[in-house]
Ligand binder design. Structure first.
Ligand SMILES: *Cc1c(COP(=O)(O)O)cnc(C)c1O
Length: 382
């Protein structure tokens, strides 16, 4: 038997066939409940689909293989997935998260998680000494990273952070939504947990809200995460889980195309007169570029941000003039999106007011460049 390469695993969704029918594509099982054996046992292992849903298996096991983990649990959203990791801790536990991270999760940590009793510190996780100083040996139970991190694409060092966290008796969890297993495999770099908003690249078509958590080991912490999944009930719908296995089949070509286009756009917009700065890990001048070269394979992802000359007004006016790019939040779909990020994150956001976040899709890269370049020129004329 050939040991399948990741591209093959993804394209074939583990290469299984439906034994009952010979169907090449896995079925969608809407059933909420399962038959009990006459002798009162559940030998086939499924009871009720909040806890065990047959449609989840293909997506979950494909992702486990791609991440090189032990098991994956699916959740009703990326937020539900991330929450489950934190709720598997206990009130009074200390956690360290980066200052630059997905804003809704940062808000949840500052709000709900802190009220629930977690002691949360936000550190400049790009500075290993600052990170070390924020970790309290024996009390810090979890370090959270997101890399590259929304929306400045800050690159954090997974291997170095894992070492520091483990030395202090803490676990490391990584939100790998933007990198995807195509570019980075956090578990192979020492992380204990990898989380995805599968709403984004993994599904890839902007038509399902779903989240995942993959563990390196089936230990007690993992058992608690699974208990949170089934008892809090934040599981996805069956259709979403089915769409996820379908979406992941094209994950590799999508992410590689999107990374190549983002690299081209980052380079070309760096020389554009309407652009003050391009934030992209693939640019040699970008802080964290060398680290990204070590940590990411085959590209730097499909996300970049530009800071435009003329401040907030020019940024919003630029977004108003695009036609191929779509003005919308979210990321990782086949269509390119542009967003004035400060408008959605609100006044407490650390995001500069002149920043436009770009999610690069599968359109012709020259069309994307021309469309945004014209919009920048039009915004300057206002
Ligand atoms: C979107 C996103 C999330 C939240 O995921 P949802 O599926 O929207 O709940 C978390 N982390 C990152 C990096 C994201 O982009």
């Amino acid at each position: 038997m050939i040991k399948k390469r990741p591209e093959t695993v993804a394209a074939s969704a583990l290469g299984r066939e439906d034994e009952a029918t010979g169907a090449l594509i896995p079925p969608l099982y809407p059933s909420t409940t399962y038959i009990r054996d006459p002798d009162n046992l559940y030998r086939r292992g499924r009871v009720y689909s909040r806890a065990q849903n047959a449609t989840f298996d293909t997506a979950a096991e494909t992702l486990t293989a791609l991440e090189g983990g032990a098991e994956t649990a699916l959740f009703g959203s990326g937020m539900a997935a991330a929450n489950a990791v934190f709720l598997a801790l206990a009130p009074g536990d200390h956690v360290v998260a980066p200052r630059v991270m997905y804003w809704a999760l940062r808000a949840w940590l500052e709000g709900f998680a802190s009220r629930w009793g977690l002691l949360v510190d936000f550190a400049d996780a790009g500075d290993i000494d600052a990170l070390k100083a924020a970790i309290v040996p024996g009390r810090t139970k979890l370090v959270w990273l997101e890399t590259p991190a929304n929306p400045l694409w800050t690159v954090y060092d997974i291997a170095a952070t894992a070492e520091i966290a483990h030395a202090a008796g803490a676990r490391l969890a990584v939100d790998s939504t933007v990198a995807t297993p195509v570019l980075t495999r956090p578990l192979s770099l020492g992380a204990d947990i990898v989380m995805h908003s599968a709403t984004k690249y993994l599904n890839g078509h902007s038509d399902a809200v779903i989240g995942t958590v993959t563990t390196a080991r089936q230990d007690d912490f993992w058992a608690t995460i699974k208990t949170v999944q089934s008892q809090n009930g934040g599981v996805p719908g069956t259709l979403e889980a089915w769409l996820l296995q379908r979406g992941m089949r094209t994950l590799f070509p999508r992410v590689r195309w999107q990374s190549a286009s983002a690299q081209t756009l980052a380079e070309r917009f760096s020389a554009h007169p309407g652009v003050a700065e391009v934030l992209y890990p693939g640019l040699p001048g970008f802080k964290g570029h060398e680290l990204a070269q070590r940590q990411m394979q085959g590209g730097f992802g499909g996300m970049l941000s530009i800071r435009v000359h003329g401040g907030e007004r020019a940024a919003i006016a630029t977004a108003a003039h695009v036609s191929i790019w779509k003005r919308a939040t979210s990321l990782g779909g086949v269509e390119s999106l542009i967003e004035h990020r400060a408008s959605i994150e609100g006044p407490r956001s650390p995001v500069p007011a002149d920043l436009l976040r770009l999610s690069v899709g599968l359109e012709a890269v020259d069309d994307l460049y021309d469309d945004l370049s014209e919009a920048l020129a039009q915004a300057r004329e206002i």
